[in-house]
Design a binder for this molecule. Structure first.
Ligand code: SF4
Ligand code: SF4
Length: 361
């Protein structure tokens, strides 16, 4: 070989190796992108098919986290849709009591409402029936989170969330179901702290709706909110027909609420075997914890499933926006964007916003 060809050969070999490494790295990056399985059709069979794709192998007792629906609200997930999946897996429905009064504020009433709403085909376990405990967590807001004692009875969780709006979080999906759903009343309280809304008296028509929906009687006859009584649930914001109540007194406190949700979600999933399904249907602006069901503002989107809660919520959010033809359909409804929860959740390692959508045929 001529002497002048040798350096060229070395350069060429170097380039080939570099290109090979780059291809391998890009393949790995591609493999690391979480998959979200999606079916436009919402049926028991499609939910089972989506779950099967996850390759999830429960260990120990399987807790199935759902929201049973508040009394008077029919927008919650129709229980019959989950019957085959949950009974087939021998799952146990798990929930925690509410911070405010009503049938879901104590274990007995909560379980009775679950049966009344059609969830009685599987056992119901209210995780804080025997009190609460803490999980250590080092975050920006917490050094521990408060959960129901009963969590320790379970080896795995399947978190099935109704993807819909929420007055103070913009929207609620898997992240919110983890955070508020596993948080005991003390946990719910610390997540909601600082979320006292503001009534704009110049817009208020004194219709009385906010006083009727407030679960803790925090709004007086002159339409002032008692900051000590308010638990920051956002129901008054959602139901005011004249948009006279601002959800978060400042952008920073609204974002802080979303960050707290993400931190709770991170804490309750750390070291646990958990997988997720979202049902994007009956999508109204209000949470299922509201005592009446506002009409959906967009048609049903479908069943989504993933092992990554952030990717799952991001995909659900994107598909709802696409269907509504808006960049942020929930902000349009509730005046607050929930996107910061996704950003923050990713930054603390709960999951990834980038996803690969695989449609089930
Ligand atoms: S619901 Fe709205 S308009 Fe009606 S009384 Fe309350 S703040 Fe005023
Ligand atoms: S946010 Fe509104 S509805 Fe909820 S407790 Fe406070 S005043 Fe009552």
């Amino acid at each position: 070989m001529k002497k002048t060809l040798i350096p060229l050969l070395v350069v060429a070999l170097g380039w080939t190796a570099a290109l090979g490494m780059m291809a391998a790295a890009s393949k790995k990056a591609e493999a690391d992108v979480p998959v979200v399985y999606y079916s436009k059709e919402i049926s028991a069979a499609k939910i089972q098919a989506a779950y099967a794709k996850l390759g999830f192998k429960p260990e120990g007792k399987l807790g199935v986290k759902v929201h049973f629906g508040e009394k008077g609200n029919e927008n919650y997930i129709p229980p019959a849709l989950l019957k085959d999946l949950v009974t087939g897996l021998k799952g146990i429905f798990v929930e925690t009591n509410t911070l405010y009064g009503g049938p879901r504020s104590d274990a007995k009433g909560h379980a009775a409402l679950a049966r009344e709403h059609g969830w009685g085909y599987a056992p119901v376990d209210i995780l804080d029936a025997d009190g609460e405990t803490t999980i250590p967590y080092k975050g920006k807001y917490f050094d521990k989170v408060y959960v129901g004692k009963g969590m320790s009875r379970y080896g795995s969780f399947l978190v099935i969330s109704h993807f819909k709006g929420h007055g103070t979080a913009g929207f609620g999906g898997a992240i919110k179901n983890l955070a508020m759903g596993f948080g005991s009343p003390a946990g719910k309280k610390e997540q909601h702290s600082g979320q006292v809304p503001t009534i704009r008296h110049e817009k208020c028509m004194r219709c009385g709706t906010c006083r009727r929906v407030c679960p803790v009687g925090a709004i007086d006859e002159n339409y002032n909110i008692d900051r000590k009584k308010c638990i920051g649930c956002g129901k008054c914001v959602t139901y005011c027909p004249y948009e006279a109540i601002d959800s978060a007194p400042s952008r920073s406190s609204g974002e802080a609420f979303q960050e707290k949700l993400a931190e709770y979600a991170r804490a309750v999933t750390a070291g646990r075997k958990v997988t997720y399904i979202n049902l994007a249907m009956n999508i109204s602006k209000a949470c299922d914890c509201s005592s009446s069901a506002p009409k959906p503002f967009v048609g049903d989107v479908g069943v989504l499933a993933s092992n990554d809660p952030v990717a799952l919520d991001q995909a659900s959010f994107d598909l709802v926006n696409k269907k509504a033809g808006l960049p942020d359909a929930f902000k349009h409804q509730n005046g607050v964007s929930g996107e910061h929860a996704l950003e923050y959740a990713e930054s603390i390692g709960l999951g990834k916003r980038k996803y690969k959508l695989v449609e089930l045929k």
